[in-house]
Design a protein around this ligand. Structure first.
Ligand code: UDP
Length: 477
């Protein structure tokens, strides 16, 4: 495909691991198809975090901060979220409200500077910076949304916030929701940003996003058509979503990495891959709750006892706390000593490489959408343990649509107890149920891998997006 060699794309994201990873992955696809350059604008606290928590050489080697003379075709640039760098961003209300107020001006100043030197064909935003849509429009640059959750979550938000379908009383978590393209599900499995119990500042993000949707020329999704076919079809007559995923690293799709560019908020402990190399196939339980979830002491204790009782090998990621008010819980006394022959606890791991490893038997996951996609393309069975935002929706998809795992049931204290974790581990690793789940996980893997091949649906959607950019007259549907 011939692409104007000056074609540049600007992406805007908060500096959160789960937000920035899919932007990077889309950038790599665009560059591999001839887009000349991708600039990723994110908040300055992300640069500060990376400088403190990863090796500075890692950042400069891999990401070429503020340096457009690199051969990767990608650069990271930064704007202020309006808060000082030492502000404790686990105060989400101040963080969300301040970036909403100060972010537009700061991003606009950055775009003014960038456009003095280059033209941009498009600004791609993700859902958590809805105000960036107006900034792009003010600068006269066409705007695309990269929806970084399941198409199912897009459909639920859209239908709820735009009053397309009747919803039950959302105060009652047991009520059933019936929507096109989805099996009936309980209110508790809706994305939490529409639930009345969710703090206002989070609900406002989605409300403002869907209000701004008419100014967006394209809605791309990190999912793929093959795994969410009915849901994607059900949105076609409303505001269609064009899946371009699974947006995971190329090596998960059997391709060679174009370069090793990545943005890690913590240094991945690569030694865990060598440790996995020493273990038999399908023998290790991998446990991780992503980059934001902070487990309670009770949850850590329950997982520790269940892992110890399982007698199986495990790799457990317990990442450092995100902010001052967010203390990391401690592992029970003696746990590390008692399990040292078969267990490894790390602060951060190269998750995609871990999931690709033949030793991994199953994944106890919080069901973040990136982690969900990574399990689908690697065929790893899951134990779904969702917390908030879209995670319960993803758990519902895993249980009822993908059927690639089991879901942990919570007791009255709102969490899974030891016996329940043990039951889940048994169900996904032993006996006929485990075989059935593994078979289904491998079927999902095959479907997901097909979609980015030459004639695959996601590949076609990316090509169409680039063609629209070349024509410079992007049509909405
Ligand atoms: N991740 C990683 N190492 C870890 C844990 C997570 O590289 O030890 C990556 C994971 O592969 C995924 C991202 O961090 O791409 C987490 O995104 P997700 O949407 O699953 O969850 P979030 O962190 O946004 O809650």
């Amino acid at each position: 495909m011939a692409v104007d060699e000056r074609m540049r794309v600007l992406m805007v994201s908060m500096s959160l691991q789960g937000h920035i990873n899919p932007m990077f992955k889309l950038a790599k696809h665009l560059l591999s198809k001839g887009v000349h350059h991708v600039t990723i604008a994110t908040t300055e606290d992300g640069r500060d975090h990376m400088l403190k928590n990863t090796k500075p050489s890692n950042i400069t080697n891999n990401t070429n901060l503020n340096n457009s003379n690199n051969d990767s075709g990608m650069e990271l640039v930064f704007f202020s979220d309006g808060l000082s760098l030492d502000f404790d961003r686990s105060d989400t209300e101040s963080m969300v409200n301040t970036i909403r107020e100060k972010g537009p001006k700061n991003l606009s100043t950055l775009i003014t500077d960038l456009t003095k030197v280059h033209n941009y064909s498009c600004v791609i935003v993700n859902p958590f910076v809805p105000w960036a849509i107006d900034v792009a429009v003010e600068h006269g640059i066409p705007c695309a949304l990269l929806w970084i959750q399941a198409c199912a979550a897009y459909s639920i938000y859209y239908r709820y916030l735009k009053n397309i379908n009747p919803f039950p009383n959302m105060d009652d978590l047991n009520e059933k929701v019936h929507l096109p393209g989805l099996p009936p599900f309980e209110v508790r499995d809706s994305p939490s940003f529409i639930l009345p119990t969710t703090p206002c500042h989070f609900r406002l993000v989605m409300k403002e996003l869907f209000e701004a949707m008419d100014k967006v020329n394209w809605v791309l999704g990190t999912s793929c058509y093959e795994i969410e076919e009915e849901i994607v079809n059900s949105m076609a007559s409303l505001t269609p979503i064009y899946p371009v995923g699974p947006l995971v690293s190329p090596f998960l799709l059997g391709e060679k990495e174009r370069s090793d560019i990545s943005v890690d908020m913590w240094i991945p402990e690569d030694s865990c891959i060598e440790w996995l190399d020493t273990l038999p196939d399908s023998s290790v339980i991998y446990v991780s709750f992503g980059s934001l979830i902070a487990l309670s002491q009770k949850q850590v204790d329950n997982i520790a006892v269940a892992l110890k009782n399982s007698k199986k090998a495990f790799l457990w990621v317990i990442k450092p706390s995100n902010g001052e008010s967010n203390h990391a819980p401690e592992l029970p006394n003696e746990f590390l000593e008692e399990t040292k022959e078969r267990g490894l606890v790390v602060k951060w791991c190269p998750q995609e490489k871990v999931l690709m490893h033949p030793s991994v038997a199953c994944f106890i996951t919080h069901c973040g959408w990136n982690s969900t996609l990574e399990t689908l393309v690697t065929g790893v069975p899951v134990i779904a343990w969702p917390f908030w935002t879209d995670q319960a929706t993803n758990a519902m998809l895993m249980e009822k649509v993908f059927r690639n795992g089991v879901r942990a049931k919570y007791g009255e204290d709102g969490t899974a107890n030891v016996e329940e974790i043990e039951r889940c581990i048994k169900d996904v690793t032993e006996g006929p149920r485990a075989e059935e789940i593994k078979k289904r996980a491998m079927e999902m893997k095959e479907l997901a891998l097909r979609t980015l091949q030459e004639d695959g649906t996601s590949n076609n959607n990316i090509n169409k997006f680039i063609t629209d950019l070349i024509v410079g007259n992007p049509a909405r549907a």
